[in-house]
Design a binder for this molecule. Structure first.
Ligand code: ADP
Ligand code: NG1
Length: 461
């Protein structure tokens, strides 16, 4: 038996032990065994940050860490939710009357988003209830999409509890839409990769229509995730939605200046499509039309010829109603340059030239600089961690996910991995008492994992 087989068997053994533990917990909680299980993975975005909601392609891969649900459908409409993590308290709801809390949402609200999405899609008047126990290994609020994995898991649970079917693409679109019930105006990358991922390959995810294309990552390099240990909950703050609104406003100002139907355009990608020009032309337009100084609400209203009341009611989201100034130039510069970098990254992966690692690393580094300086979605700890990763041997390193905390992703030559991990551990984790216990879970190499799955009690082993 070669070491690879031993590793495989170890993993299978760990998975079986994990399921047995979950099943035992389920029985002690609900008094009967689960009928089926659902898993939905988290993801790491390799490049393409904060551009999915502008309509542009992104390049993520699923990770091994996931959200797992053990489920027993009920004939009644009672939904009983429990979690293996005692920090996430039990919750009971009526499937026919789902209420989602938006400000500082508790965990069960993400689950309810998935349920509500399925119910609305099929217009279910008497949806089935369920007993459901959730377990999760994705670090929360760390930019690895724990919230979307939970929403996707819930969507797939609700689909099966009600005996319905949908394609993976339909599920991804539905879950992207339903996560917005929580209040964040995300773009769909996380839910798409959670459903469309395939083991062994990263994906280029394109929108409208949604599609996923394999991207063969370069041989000779390993992608390493490092958690800055700074948590950032998107739904509990307005940072994320402010960026979405800034992009929306930039879209409208650029569109209006070009004589386009600005009232019906929401995404920076839409205005580019309308104008039919390339990224360079869009960047030149940004220079020409927008100014680097922040825009006040009054100036925006004047440019668009609308009242403050109209700005608030027709353009701004609920949690950005009182924002007074918006940076449009910087955000648009980031979006158009980042969207171009994603396509360049894919091209280098496809063509695999001799200097592929250098080219890809440079794109990742440019992406981080743009997130930090133009999009302002980094933070001190993330910048410090990126620096440490580069000094420890990474060829490219950047924040991944929404930012303002969370994780970095670094591309490291395979033969330097051991030294890299030791060096980052010493420089970032061992220097801080609070991070000291975390390096094992917070610093790890990752491979492209598979997408969401349902398996019946009898199939799981
Ligand atoms: P992320 O970047 O990981 O998606 P968010 O801040 O958007 O971060 O969402 C994190 C929230 O998702 C947590 O506060 C919690 O409510 C929910 N969540 C994450 N993991 C779990 C889990 N294992 N069980 C229950 N809820 C979870
Ligand atoms: P995370 O990292 O899961 O908070 C968020 C959005 C994505 C995308 C990224 C930034 C949601 C559910 N997810 O991801 O759509 O915009 O930020 O690239 O809103």
């Amino acid at each position: 038996m070669n070491p690879e087989n031993v590793n495989c068997n170890m993993l299978a053994f760990q998975a079986i032990a994990w399921f047995l533990k979950l099943k035992e917990m389920f029985i002690s909680k609900f008094g009967s065994p689960p009928k089926f299980y659902v898993r939905a993975p988290g993801r790491v975005n390799i490049i393409g940050e904060h551009i999915d909601y502008c309509g542009y392609a992104v390049l993520p891969m699923a990770i091994e860490q996931d959200i797992l649900a053990a489920v027993e459908p009920l004939e009644t409409q009672v939904v009983q939710l429990a979690n293996t993590n005692p920090l996430y308290l039990d919750f009971t709801a009526n499937a026919a009357n789902i209420q989602i809390e938006k400000t500082k949402p508790l965990w069960h609200n993400y689950f309810l988003c998935g349920l509500k999405g399925i119910q609305e899609r099929f217009n279910l008047s008497s949806p089935h209830g369920m007993n459901c126990l959730i377990d999760g290994t994705i670090p929360p609020s760390a930019g690895l999409s724990s919230s979307s994995a939970l929403v996707c898991c819930a969507g797939l649970v609700a689909l099966n509890v009600n005996g319905l079917t949908l394609s993976k693409v339909e599920l991804a679109e539905l879950c992207a839409k339903s996560e917005r019930y929580i209040g964040t105006e995300g773009g769909g990358m996380d839910q798409s990769i959670s459903f469309l991922a395939e083991e062994g390959t990263a994906k280029l995810i394109e929108f409208s229509p949604l599609r996923a294309t394999d991207v063969k990552l370069p041989t000779g390099a390993v992608f390493v995730i490092a958690n800055s240990c700074v948590e950032m909950n998107k739904a509990a703050t307005s940072h994320f939605n402010i960026r979405v609104m800034e992009c929306r406003l930039a879209t409208k100002l650029i569109a209006k200046s070009q004589g386009q139907d600005w009232r019906n355009l929401l995404k920076l990608g839409d205005v580019q499509t309308k104008l039919g020009v390339g990224f360079e032309e869009m960047l030149t337009l940004v220079e020409k039309i927008l100014h680097p100084e922040p825009y006040s609400r009054e100036e925006i209203c004047e440019c668009l010829g609308i009242s403050l009341q109209e700005l608030r009611s027709t353009i701004l989201s609920q949690n950005t109603q009182d924002v007074c100034s918006f940076k449009l130039y910087q955000r648009a510069k980031h979006v158009y340059s980042e969207a171009a970098r994603v396509l360049q990254f894919k091209k280098v992966c496809d063509e695999a030239p001799a200097n592929a690692l250098q080219l890809l690393g440079a794109l990742m580094n440019q992406s981080h600089a743009s997130c930090r300086d133009m999009y302002e979605c980094s933070c001190l700890e993330l910048d410090q961690l990126v620096d440490i990763c580069l000094k420890s041997g990474a060829i490219g390193s950047r924040l991944t996910g929404a930012g303002w905390g969370g994780c970095t992703v670094s591309m490291v030559p395979a033969d330097k991995l051991t030294g890299f991990l030791a060096s980052v551990r010493d420089a970032y984790y061992k220097t801080d008492g609070q991070r000291l216990g975390l390096p094992k879970k917070s610093l790890f190499a990752t491979n492209p994992g598979g997408g969401a799955l349902v398996f019946l009690e009898a199939e799981k082993m």
